[in-house]
Write a protein that binds this ligand. Sequence first.
Ligand code: EAX
Length: 324
Amino acid sequence: MKRFILLIFIALSFIFTANIFAEEIKIAIVTHEKSNHYLACQKFKEIVEKESAGKYKVSIFHSSSLGDENSILQQIQLGTVDLGVITSGPIGNFNKKIQIFDLPFIFKDYEQSDKILDGEIGKEVLQSLETSGFKGLHFLENGFRNLTNNVRAVNNVNDVKGLKIRTMDAPAHVKLWRAFGANPTPMGWPINTELQQGTIDGQENPLSVIDQYKLYEVQKYLSLTRHVYSPLVFIMNLKKFNSLPKNEQELFLKATKEASIFERKYNRDNNAKFLANLKAHGMQVVEKLDLNSFKAKIGSIYEDAKKTTDQKLVEKLLNETKGK
Ligand code: EAX
């Protein structure tokens, strides 16, 4: 009996020491626990903790507890946060090449976005993040962005005129909404209070985010504009990644890849459900709108991007996706 108790004691102290000495990996997102971002982090956590046999403990900081996406990126650069699942838009403040994905009407469907993001162009963009101290591990998906507002049903671009639209804090988006004739106001996420108080008329996001944030409580109209496809990125502090032994680097790459595939599938499987729920809560949805009127307004945006981002990459992207 004594020996049995001793054995249990030894076993328990092993478990405790393992936990005490587990190294913490901090991952940060701006969205809440019901978001796609969170699901992806959870999957990453599961895989890393299991396959590192308890060497790592992943802590997920959600709901902007560590600030907006720009400030999370700064903290990742500094190394006080290890990783994030961040929208491409704000990453564009740190890296020019990634701005190409925030050009309007580039991707038509998921087949195309997967092919580009998981192919050569995506690799070149992820690689280029290293010059800003980031390791781009894998692309996952925020999704095709759609406009909501509280003033009127938007059927064509003229209906956007003068609307005060919150955009991501990303130059490409501000420029786009100005071109559409709106009054763009960049700010971090979330924005429920601003929508409720009417300091802004509308915003644009994928159906997942619109539903998960119950924007039907504060927005009456939704138009399926799909004007930009937003990738998310599993992004990490480069020094931290490089300091890991080879097999652990491979584990992080594998875990982010699996989590990304899982999250993309979740998003796509649930899109119809998100839309149905928005309608069920009384949102007035314009499904078929005059997208050509929007496309007609983008003017020199592609040409300008060749000058401000990377000419060859923009040409390659337009060539492979056939643009608008
Ligand atoms: O990843 O800020 C935004 O609009 C993003 O799309 C998202 O909600 C956070």
